[in-house]
Design a protein around this ligand. Structure first.
Ligand code: GMT
Length: 402
C-alpha cells in the first residue's frame, strides 16, 4: 500500500478467535460543545479504557479530552487558507488526514459522528486507500445524531450527498429508533441502520456528594434549583426555558442555572430582564465538567422543538435530576412520563411549569422520581452497557469487510 509514498505492512485483516481483539479506531466528530461531539469523545475514552487504540481526527482537540489519556491520540486537520479559497475545503483536508492516519497507524476502521461532512470525507479516504495494487479496504461507520438528518440533511444542497454517503457506509448507527425510522423514511436509504442509544458514564455522572454545600453558591436561602443545558440554538427553545422558570419563580423561591452558550443567549438575557428575574438566572457559560453543576440541581428543563435523543436529559437523570421535557423525537424513548420525568407538547410552557411546581412542592415525589431517573440511566444507558454494543458492531463490520 503506497498512496502516501510509504510502504506499510497490511495486517488490517480481522481474524476473530473468540478473544476480544484490540482494535485501532479513528474517530471523527465536531470537537466543540454539541451533543454528537460529547458522545463521540466519551465513546473514545471508554474504548481506550477497554484497551483499544483510539485516534481522534478533527480540526481541534475534542473539548472533553485532556490530551494525556492512555491509548488516545489526537491528529489535527490543517486546512490551508489559500486566498482563492473563499470556502476552505475542510472535507478534503479531513479525507486526506483520515487516509494518512489510517495508513500510518494501521487503523482497522473509521467511526464518524454526524454525517455531514464526515461520512463523505470517510468515503473519500476509503477510496483513496482502496486504490492501487496493494489496496486495502478501510471500512467506516457513520453514526447519525439528529440535526445531520432532521435539519441539515434535508437542505436540498446536502440531501443527495448525505444519502449517498449513508448508503456507502460500511455500517450505520442511529441514536434512537425515532432517528432510524425518520432516516429510512425521509432519506429513502436502503441501508440497515442499527440503533445504539446515547450513553452516560454512570460513575462520573452522579449526584454531587457536596450538593447541599455547593447549592449555597446559587441558592443561599435554600431556594430550589432548576437547570438547563444546551448549545442555545433555536431548536432548544431557550425562551421557553425562561417562560417556564418565570412561572415557577412566581410561586416557589427558586434559581435557574443555564449551562452552555450560543446564538439565543442574548434573547434569553433580555427576556429575563424584562420579566424582572434576571438576578435569579445564572448564565454559567460552557462548562467542561457539566456533571458538577448538574449534580446539585432539582429539575432539568429541556423544552426543545426536537431532540433525536436528548443527551442532556440522560446526563441529568444520571445525576438524580428530574427532567421536564417535550414529547418530541426520541425523547419518549428516554423519559417515561410520570415515572422518570415529565413530558409535554412543544411550546406548552404552562403544563411544564405546572409539573415543576407540583414536584418542587412535594419533596417526597421529587426524591422518588429523581431516584427513578437514576435507575433508568443505570439500567439502560450506562456506558458500560452501550460501549460493548459499539464494539460488537465494529466486529461485525470488520468481519463483513475482510
Ligand atoms: O442539538 C444538539 O445539541 C447538537 C446535536 C449534535 O449532533 O451535536 O445533538 C444531537 O445529538 C445528540 C447526541 O447524539 C442528541 O442527544 C441530541 O438529541 C441531538 N439533537 C437533536 O436532535 C436536535
Amino acid at each position: 500500500m503506497c498512496i502516501l509514498g510509504y510502504f506499510l505492512p497490511s495486517n488490517y485483516q480481522t481474524v476473530w478467535k473468540g478473544e476480544p481483539r484490540r482494535m485501532k479506531i479513528g474517530i471523527t466528530c465536531y470537537p466543540t460543545y454539541g451533543g454528537s461531539g460529547v458522545v463521540a469523545t466519551e465513546l473514545g475514552l471508554e474504548l481506550a479504557q477497554r484497551g483499544h487504540e483510539i485516534h481522534f481526527i478533527s480540526y481541534a482537540q475534542p473539548i472533553r479530552l485532556r490530551g494525556e489519556e492512555p491509548n488516545i491520540h489526537y491528529h489535527e486537520v490543517e486546512v490551508s487558507r489559500y486566498p482563492l479559497f473563499d470556502y476552505p475545503p475542510y472535507d478534503l483536508a479531513l479525507a486526506t488526514r483520515m487516509a494518512e492516519v489510517a495508513q500510518l497507524y494501521d487503523l482497522d476502521l473509521l467511526h464518524v459522528h454526524y454525517a455531514i461532512p464526515h461520512s463523505v470525507s470517510a468515503l473519500l479516504a476509503r477510496q483513496m486507500l482502496g486504490d492501487g495494487p496493494r489496496g486495502r479496504r478501510l471500512p467506516f461507520v457513520t453514526t447519525l445524531h439528529g440535526t445531520d438528518i432532521t435539519l441539515v440533511g434535508l437542505d436540498r444542497s446536502y440531501l443527495p450527498i448525505t444519502r449517498y454517503s449513508i448508503d456507502q457506509s460500511d455500517g450505520v448507527t442511529a441514536i434512537s429508533n425515532y432517528l432510524r425510522d425518520r432516516t429510512l423514511r425521509v432519506f429513502d436509504v436502503k441501508k440497515e441502520i442499527q440503533v445504539i442509544y446515547n450513553s452516560v458514564n454512570c460513575d462520573f455522572y452522579v449526584r454531587n456528594p457536596n450538593a447541599a454545600q455547593l447549592r449555597q453558591e446559587y441558592a443561599l436561602n435554600g431556594e430550589k434549583l432548576l437547570v438547563h443545558l444546551s448549545n442555545f440554538r433555536p431548536v432548544k427553545r431557550l425562551s421557553d426555558v425562561i417562560e417556564i422558570f418565570d412561572r415557577v419563580h412566581k410561586q416557589i423561591p427558586s434559581k435557574l442555572l443555564l449551562i452552555g452558550d450560543g446564538p439565543d443567549r442574548s434573547v434569553a438575557e433580555w427576556l429575563s430582564v424584562q420579566k424582572g428575574i434576571h438576578a435569579d438566572v445564572h448564565f454559567l457559560g460552557k462548562q467542561d465538567q457539566v456533571q458538577d453543576k448538574l449534580g446539585i440541581a432539582d429539575i432539568l428543563l429541556m423544552p426543545s422543538e426536537l431532540e433525536s435523543f436528548g443527551l442532556a436529559a440522560l446526563e441529568a437523570m444520571a445525576c438524580e435530576v428530574v427532567p421536564i421535557a417535550t414529547r418530541t423525537g426520541g425523547v419518549p424513548e428516554v423519559i417515561e412520563h410520570g415515572v422518570s420525568g415529565y413530558l409535554a407538547d412543544v411550546g406548552d410552557v404552562e403544563t411544564m411549569a405546572g409539573y415543576a411546581i407540583e414536584l418542587l412542592n412535594d419533596e417526597s415525589k421529587l426524591h422518588t422520581m429523581a431516584k427513578a431517573a437514576r435507575g433508568v440511566a443505570q439500567a439502560r444507558f450506562c456506558s458500560s452497557k452501550i460501549v460493548p454494543q459499539y464494539e460488537e458492531y465494529y466486529r461485525r463490520v470488520l468481519e463483513r469487510s475482510s
